[in-house]
Design a protein around this ligand. Structure first.
Ligand SMILES: NC(=O)c1ccc[n+]([C@@H]2O[C@H](COP(=O)([O-])OP(=O)(O)OC[C@H]3O[C@@H](n4cnc5c(N)ncnc54)[C@H](OP(=O)(O)O)[C@@H]3O)[C@@H](O)[C@H]2O)c1
Length: 249
């Protein structure tokens, strides 16, 4: 499957791991030039090493999207390089589980600042550089579409990403398509960290899924690339569940 991304410039926050990394691989395979963004330089180096097997047209931007400064830094790097982008994937995200009574103020900011503020300000910083016909893809979660147990801040953050997507889709409708993917559980380092807490096993995590398993990063990347593709020219403001049937019930 080729998504007609040859010659396109893609910026992927969270492109150093999990869903973002799988998306970077697929976009490179399809001929795009890709900028991956993350905070941890060692993770960035490892990601570049992996991605170099697919194409050399990949660069790492070390930036923290939870700050406006970090988002502007990403835009500055793009301005100094290709000076435009065609695709922005907001995959940078953090997860933690705390029940309402355990939540401290800093827990709120540690999730909202990356998941919501980071998505909003990376869009704001890069929109002026995104070409007409370009595509923004925000990554929310099934937690935005239904309640998940024990993680109210995360659910609220992903609900906000869905609402933000719809608002930006309206404001940019004639120029840039803005869509949102809502994955169910996917086997990435984020889920590995969840499983390490020992509160549940992989088998227990898979139980509610009609397809009887969690997703693979490549399965989400496939949908992201399809939504990003110029072939997909009439879709904007769409909220797309990719969750093995979890939210079909
Ligand atoms: N995996 C799942 O089951 C699942 C399900 C539904 C939705 N999602 C969503 O999908 C997205 C990707 O998740 P994943 O599973 O691929 O997670 P992951 O493997 O933990 O990767 C997260 C990525 O985000 C980057 N990141 C985190 N905070 C950042 C910040 N403030 N600034 C810049 N980069 C930041 C990380 O790099 P650094 O740490 O180096 O910054 C890493 O590259 C997230 O938004 C997540 O909420 C995941």
């Amino acid at each position: 499957m080729n998504y007609d991304l040859a010659g396109k410039i893609a910026v992927i926050s969270g492109g150093t791991s999990g869903i973002g990394l799988a998306t970077a691989k697929k976009m490179l395979e399809d001929g795009a030039e890709v900028f991956i963004v993350g905070r941890n330089a060692e993770r960035g180096r490892r990601a570049l090493h992996t991605l170099a097997m697919f194409s050399e047209k990949v660069q790492y931007i070390k930036a923290d999207v939870s700050t406006l400064q970090g988002c502007k830094q990403v835009a500055e790097t793009i301005k100094e390089g290709p000076a435009k982008a065609d695709v922005l994937v907001n995959s940078a995200g953090v997860y933690s589980e705390k029940r309402l009574e355990e939540i401290a103020e800093e827990d709120y900011y540690s999730i909202m600042d990356t998941n919501v503020k980071g998505t909003l300000f990376l869009c704001q910083s890069l929109m002026p550089l995104i070409s007409v016909g370009g595509s923004v893809i925000n990554i929310a979660s099934d937690a935005a579409l239904e309640g998940n147990y024990g993680c109210p801040i995360y659910c609220a953050s992903k609900g906000a990403v869905v609402a933000l997507t719809r608002a930006l889709a309206l404001d940019f409708a004639t120029k840039i398509r803005v869509n949102c993917i809502c994955p169910g559980d996917v086997a990435t380092p984020m889920v590995e960290a969840q499983l390490k807490t020992g509160q549940y096993t992989l088998q227990e995590m898979a139980l509610p899924y009609p397809m009887e398993r969690i997703g693979r990063p490549e399965e989400i990347a496939h949908v992201i690339c399809s939504v990003a593709s110029p072939l997909n020219s009439y879709m904007t403001g769409s909220i797309i569940a990719v969750d093995g049937g979890l939210t079909a019930k």
